[in-house]
Design a protein around this ligand. Structure first.
Ligand code: SF4
Ligand code: SF4
Length: 295
């Protein structure tokens, strides 16, 4: 088998519940079964669940911290400078009542308040954001998982750490992206060579797909589309893609057999050979398309 050069593919969708993890896990399975070295990075940090479809061994976990401010009230003059500098409304202050507090869950650990304070009233402490878990399916296949603590506002630092951990090898890398088109989606897409957008043929699917495509055009990232649950809803998604000249790389029908396999935590490409071939072909299409776009 010819060695495939490293490529990072983000599997993303403009909204949750479109089948992003379904596509990621099937592509992952197909690639490692074909003898490729592949790492799946689960960037859906609020609800990572890709590993549940596989038998795995734990390799290691990494704690992710940020530096949060600690205010020494005995040194504080309640001047309010730190509150002014904070872009995230993370410092609550009532100067007339000599009250000041850091709202830890909103804090992004940027350090601006410490720079702002001229009275040496701010020091910093480690604040836990979550973990990165590393699992191994076999010597060729690894899963790295970003796992955010409950109540933390931004998953971006934990996702960044997971991307770093999962990108150490020259494996093919699949990124199961967080849903939506906000900062976590952008962070994951920036780290990818190619974005595979998973959508469904419904009005909500179309609206979110348009947003995701607009974002990727701004980022100048090559992308392709997978339609999941094809047959429900209407033809607006296909009409839009045709009009925009965007290729549908894979069309997965709304099918009782497929839904039943997935709902039992099984991998479609493992259970149905036809789908192994289809996911294999999907990767070939991406690899060719990326190869052409990067020439
Ligand atoms: S570290 Fe940054 S985000 Fe946190 S309280 Fe200070 S200024 Fe605000
Ligand atoms: S900048 Fe320093 S002195 Fe001023 S309110 Fe903040 S902590 Fe207190």
């Amino acid at each position: 088998m010819n060695k495939i050069p490293q490529i990072k593919i983000a599997i993303a969708s403009g909204k949750g519940g479109t089948g992003k993890t379904f596509v990621s896990t099937n592509l992952f399975y197909t690639l490692y079964k074909k003898g490729n070295k592949v790492t799946l990075i689960d960037c859906d940090a609020e609800e990572p669940n890709a590993k549940l479809f596989f038998e795995y061994n734990f390799v290691k976990d990494i704690n992710v911290f940020q530096k949060n401010p600690v205010i020494d009230v005995s040194k504080c003059t309640f001047c309010g400078k730190c509150h002014e500098y904070c872009n995230y409304n993370s410092i609550f202050i009532l100067p007339n009542m000599n009250v000041i507090k850091v709202i830890e869950d909103l804090c992004h650990g940027c350090g601006a308040c410490k720079v702002a304070c001229k009275f040496d009233a701010i020091t910093e402490k480690d604040f836990s954001l979550g973990k990165v878990n590393h699992y191994k399916i076999n010597d060729n296949a690894h899963i790295v998982e970003a796992c955010l603590n409950v109540g933390i506002s931004s998953p971006v630092p934990v996702i960044k750490r997971a991307l770093k951990e999962g990108s150490k090898t020259d494996n093919i890398i699949l990124l199961d992206s967080p849903p939506g088109t906000s900062c976590p989606f952008i962070q994951t897409s920036l780290g990818a060579d190619y974005i595979l957008l998973v959508t469904e043929p419904t009005p909500f699917g179309l609206s979110d797909l348009k947003q995701a495509i607009a974002t990727l055009k701004i980022l100048h990232k090559p992308f392709g589309v997978v339609i999941n649950r094809s047959g429900i809803g209407n033809s607006d998604v296909k009409d839009y893609l045709e009009k925009e000249n965007i290729q549908i790389l894979l069309d997965i029908p709304f099918d009782r057999d497929i839904a039943s396999i997935y709902s039992k935590g099984n991998i479609l490409a493992k259970e149905r050979l036809k789908w192994f071939d289809k996911f294999s072909y999907l990767f070939d299409l991406i690899n060719n398309s990326y190869g052409n776009s990067s020439n």
